[in-house]
Design a protein around this ligand. Structure first.
Ligand SMILES: [Zn+2]
Length: 261
């Protein structure tokens, strides 16, 4: 399994050499996107990743730094079909599942696509799924969603709007935090994770490292992404602090970082 950090930045103002959050996971010849920040289409295509092998797109919550690149990614799937007949045949009859916690946002994106070239007529189908706690998919990659408190607790009768994910394949397990409130929201799902992706947009890396260590759970490495302004001001200093706690089990990622498991 290979993970590519397509965008490593949180929802700050535009930052040199960094783009909003998106990670792709490659396994078994398929591609899965976790969040779809502004640059996910451009970055994945130019890394040579096979976008037509996309078997799932998982959006943690619908803030712009996680969903801004989704229309472009979906648009490009159609574009690739128009530039080569073999792409068209490959995509004919396919369904691309998009897991998202707000279907109104998905509908808005579809309207945007309809106003684009060819009224977004495609030989494949986009298949929206409203995210709720529990298993999202089990074929190829096993993905489970669990809510977090990034967007607070919903009013009675309302649904959770912010999720974290675990993903498992090839005997490996990843935890993908999305944006979250406090680490204890994630810990029950973090056991035996080979990689724990944690965001630094709302957290200090070294504090999360200490909390992970103190929790006593069994995990492999911790991958920091979705960087906030604080960490970007002193990247090396923050990395050194985190390494004091967890040594080489800490990875700070940039746009284009590649992690092989
Ligand atoms: Zn964010």
């Amino acid at each position: 399994m290979i993970l590519h950090v397509l965008g490593s930045c949180s929802g700050t103002e535009p930052y040199p050499d960094r783009h909003h959050t998106s990670v792709t996971l490659e396994t078994g010849g398929s591609l899965y996107f976790f969040d779809a920040g502004e640059n996910c289409c451009h970055a994945s295509y130019n890394l040579g990743l096979d976008q037509l092998a996309t078997e799932g797109i998982f959006i943690s919550h619908t803030h712009m730094d996680h969903v801004g690149g989704l229309p472009h990614l979906l648009w490009n799937l159609r574009k690739l079909c128009t530039i080569a007949p073999e792409n068209l045949e490959r995509m004919r009859g396919r369904k691309i599942p998009v897991y998202i916690p707000d279907l109104d946002v998905f509908e808005g994106i579809c309207k945007m696509l309809l106003g684009s070239e060819g009224h977004y007529e495609t030989v494949f189908e986009l298949e929206p799924h409203l995210i709720a706690d529990g298993m999202l998919c089990e074929n190829g990659l096993k993905v489970e969603a669990f809510h977090n408190l990034h967007l607070g607790t919903p009013a009675p009768g309302e649904a959770w709007k912010s999720f974290s994910f675990t993903a498992e394949a090839e005997g490996k397990k990843i935890l993908y935090s999305g944006d979250f409130g406090e680490l204890p929201e994630l810990l029950p799902h973090a056991h035996h994770a080979d990689l724990i992706f944690l965001e630094t947009g709302h957290h200090r890396a070294y504090i999360l490292c200490q909390e992970l260590l103190d929790s006593g759970i069994d995990f492999g490495k911790v991958v920091f992404y979705h960087h906030g302004v604080e960490i970007l001001r002193d990247y090396e200093g923050e990395l050194a602090l985190a390494k004091q706690v967890l040594g080489d089990r800490v990875l700070f990622t940039n746009d284009g970082s590649r992690i092989e498991l």
